[in-house]
Design a protein around this ligand. Structure first.
Ligand SMILES: [Zn+2]
Ligand SMILES: [Zn+2]
Length: 374
């Protein structure tokens, strides 16, 4: 392969260059010829590939020895390299170096996308869930350590690129023709090691703290639903953005109501007389967002002859819908109270009423049944 350029020439290093010099040269040349930085330049891509190939040989003591002795020919045939896999591995190396602050001043954002998410529970009353509320919740979670600005390294020092993986966070091993890439065991895939950990956070870059977060629960939210509060999760390592906070909602039981989506079911009592003659009664209700009463009610007209178990639907008195499209209904279920403790006079009156109803036409059967139900 006579057209192949000399590997030392490709990387512009002396034949006596140390491993570190080869590495630096590779980084410099590969970045220079990286296709992303040379759009539309097809020769850059070829040069970039040559850099990778050269580096793959010169960074390997054994291959370098063979190359020094026999040139390109020594590496062809048995014991050569499996091009594609390695080029790929080195490209990964390169990318992590590009984004880990090795020359570009980046903050390691590529490798560590963002901090983890946090989950917590919150409990609201039915009214709070119905009309929405801003509630301060306490989050016990790590926050970025101020003493080291989250780097984990003692003031005046910096995390250093891991020597084992050359800052890439992973190591590659060849098995036959297949390359296996695993997280670096020395730095747990972080690509950096902290030689002098910050005392405050013991090198974690974060300390446990309770902090207050104001969560705005929207009107109509229901038990089991989850709110996402962006940016209130765990701090991102190395200055990356924080994760999110998820607040899972629980709603206290309200003895007056059962919730059914946007509808509210309530059971209300009417007297035997009101049910029989018809009346305007008060039904337990939710009121609205600025109702001051502890136990609001709404007015409802029930007709004569209302039976226990009758259902009345009062529109627009249920729970506000999450999507803002009005409110559900209040569904009142009637319970007719049959008097239990009667005075002598009351007993006499009921008896008279009973006789009167029985004298009535056969059309009065329903009423008679009500009266007889005592
Ligand atoms: Zn490492
Ligand atoms: Zn610290």
């Amino acid at each position: 392969m006579s057209e192949k350029r000399d590997y030392y020439e490709v990387l512009s290093v002396e034949r006596t260059a140390s491993a570190e010099e080869v590495r630096k040269a590779y980084k410099r040349e590969a970045l220079k010829h990286h296709p992303d930085r040379n759009p539309g330049d097809s020769s850059a891509e070829a040069k970039f590939r040559s850099c990778n190939e050269a580096y793959q040989v010169l960074s390997d003591d054994e291959k370098r020895k063979i190359y020094d002795q026999f040139g390109h020919a020594g590496l062809e045939g048995g014991g050569g390299f499996d091009g594609v896999g390695d080029v790929f591995a080195h490209m990964q190396d390169l990318f992590s170096e590009m984004f880990s602050g090795g020359g570009f001043g980046g903050g390691g954002q590529r490798r560590q996308a963002r901090g983890g998410d946090l989950r917590m529970q919150a409990r609201l009353s039915l009214r709070e869930a119905a009309f929405g509320i801003k509630r301060e919740v306490t989050v016990h979670a790590p926050v970025r350590c101020d003493d080291c600005s989250g780097s984990g390294a003692k003031a005046g020092t910096k995390p250093e690129a891991c020597a084992h993986c050359r800052g890439s966070g992973h190591v590659s091993n060849a098995r036959g023709f297949v390359m296996f890439t695993t997280p670096c065991p020395k730095c747990q895939g972080q690509g950096v090691v902290i030689k002098h950990p910050c005392k405050t956070c013991e090198g974690h870059g974060a300390v446990e703290k309770a902090r207050k977060v104001v969560v705005a629960f929207p009107p109509g939210i229901d038990a089991g639903q989850r709110l996402r509060v962006p940016g209130q999760g765990m701090p991102g390592p190395g200055g990356a953005p924080a994760g999110d906070l998820y607040v899972e909602l629980d709603v206290e039981d309200d003895p007056r109501f059962e919730r059914d989506g946007a509808d509210l079911v309530t059971r209300f009592h009417v007297s035997f007389a009101d049910a029989t003659i018809g009346a305007e009664v008060r039904v337990p209700a939710l009121g609205d967002a600025d109702t001051a009463e502890a136990l609001p009610t709404v007015s409802l007209k029930i007709p004569a002859g209302t039976q226990s178990g009758s259902v009345f639907t009062i529109k627009n008195q249920g729970i506000p819908r999450l999507d803002g499209r009005g409110r559900g209904s209040l569904i009142g279920v009637v319970q007719v109270d049959v008097p239990t403790e009667l005075s002598e006079r009351a007993k006499q009156l009921v008896q008279e009423l009973d006789e009167e109803l029985k004298r009535g036409s056969s059309a009065g059967e329903d009423a008679a049944r009500v009266a007889a139900a005592k």
